[in-house]
Design a protein around this ligand. Structure first.
Ligand code: NAP
Ligand code: F7E
Length: 347
């Protein structure tokens, strides 16, 4: 059987690196674009990196950027992928308020550049396309969300992703492309970017437990997220692409927890019981045994607009594709804290 070829944007990110490993295990040839940077940005894929000169290599990296239409079209035409996973993005919600135009260009128009390039390929009917859509598109609704829920974005990140979501549907309808949206709720792993609350917390907790620092500074403790394990989510992406027809699916756990709860569980893993005192930005989290303050609030981490509550209903993907999350919230926090502790002990 012919080896399948995948093309991944965002291969150097959390999901892209996990997906590349997943697909290589399934015997795919995997191509990915990396951005030119002044220092190497391939840390997450170093363990699977194959020298350019290696014969029969299965992982091939190309310089590319979602803001550069010409190179995208050329690459797709040359590589002739069976499956395209568009995971590249400026993915930080808070930073999208600071760099809104850039975020819209990469996350919104980047998707359009790819879809339009695909629609002009001779082999467009045999290519499958996955768009990394997001629960942020729902905004503030305080209810369990599914594929039929309304979208009410409240950040430049979310509105850019909504543009991409709609164009994915439009190109599917207009040109008959096999193009799907995975509407993904938050998913984390030890290779999560260090300025997302999960990784920021577990790394700080590991450092605090080893006496390397004292305090974790955070923003809103009271928002709720539906947090899953990224390894489960790349499996869902692949399953969506193997389905007999292109459809949109929510990928979630149907459970929600507060940021406060995440922090408490992370400290619990290293034997510290966190209690809280004070109000608003004066609130602090302290070790119940020693009274030492380990969590403080810094208003720099609050957003101009916040999504307060997210919980997703994964009934559709379970029913049609047999997918369900394998790792629960507690296990996820423990996996991340343990990995951060191990990494620090290796230093
Ligand atoms: P991530 O770790 O931030 O990775 C983003 C990737 O996009 C990185 O490889 C980054 O390259 C690349 N990138 C950024 N700007 C680019 C550009 N102009 N051209 C090409 N590539 C660019 O994000 P993630 O957590 O893996 O998320 C993957 C995708 O799923 C993103 O589209 C995100 O918006 C979406 N999503 C994520 C979640 C989640 O909870 N993780 C939930 C819903 C949707 P560098 O390594 O060079 O920075
Ligand atoms: O924030 C609060 C913050 O930045 C989670 C991205 O992958 O998931 C992610 O977006 C919550 C928010 O993720 C800090 O205000 C408190 O309520 O980890 P986060 P996010 O914004 O939910 C969605 C689904 C995506 O699509 C995105 O790409 O935590 N929070 N204190 C904090 N957040 C951060 N980053 N840092 C803090 O200090």
């Amino acid at each position: 059987m012919k080896r399948k070829i995948a093309f991944i944007t965002g291969i150097t990110g959390q999901d892209g690196s996990l997906l590349a490993k997943f697909l290589l295990n399934k015997n795919y040839e995997v191509h990915g674009i990396k951005r030119r940077a002044s220092s190497f940005n391939t840390k997450r894929i170093d363990s699977i990196y194959q020298e350019h000169q290696m014969k029969g290599k299965k992982l091939i990296l190309h310089y590319g950027d979602l803001t550069d239409s010409l190179s995208l079209y050329d690459l797709l035409n040359k590589i002739k992928p069976d499956e395209i996973y568009n995971l590249g993005a400026q993915s930080h919600v808070a930073i999208s308020f600071i760099n809104p135009e850039y975020t819209t260009n990469v996350d919104g128009i980047g998707n359009l550049r790819l879809l339009d390039a695909i629609s002009k390929l001779k082999f467009k009917k045999s290519v499958k396309f996955f768009q990394a859509s997001t629960s942020e598109m729902y905004g503030n609704q305080k209810k369990t969300l599914n594929e039929n829920s309304d979208f009410m974005p409240v950040s430049p990140y979310a509105s850019a992703k909504l543009l991409a979501y709609w164009n994915t549907k439009i190109y599917r309808q207009a040109y008959g492309l096999f193009a799907c949206n995975g509407i993904m709720f938050n998913h984390e792993s030890p290779v999560r970017g260090e300025n997302f609350i999960s990784k920021k917390t577990t790394k700080a907790v590991a450092e605090i437990s080893l006496g390397l620092r004292d305090v974790l500074y955070v923003g809103n403790l009271n928002s709720y997220r539906d947090w899953g394990y990224a390894v489960d989510y790349v499996d869902a992406m692949w399953k969506i692409m193997q389905y007999k027809k292109p459809e949109d699916f929510v990928i979630a756990t149907n459970k929600t927890h507060s940021v406060r709860n995440f922090i408490e569980l992370a400290f619990k893993r290293v034997g510290i019981k966190i209690a809280w005192k004070g109000k608003g930005i004066k609130e602090v989290g302290y070790d119940k045994k020693t009274n030492k303050i380990h969590v403080k609030i810094d208003k720099i981490y609050f957003r101009p607009n916040e999504v307060e509550y997210l919980k997703g209903d994964y009934t559709k993907i379970k029913k049609l594709l047999g997918w369900k999350p394998k790792v629960n919230f507690n296990q996820l926090v423990n996996i991340m804290v343990d990995e951060d502790l191990n990494n620090l002990k290796k230093l």
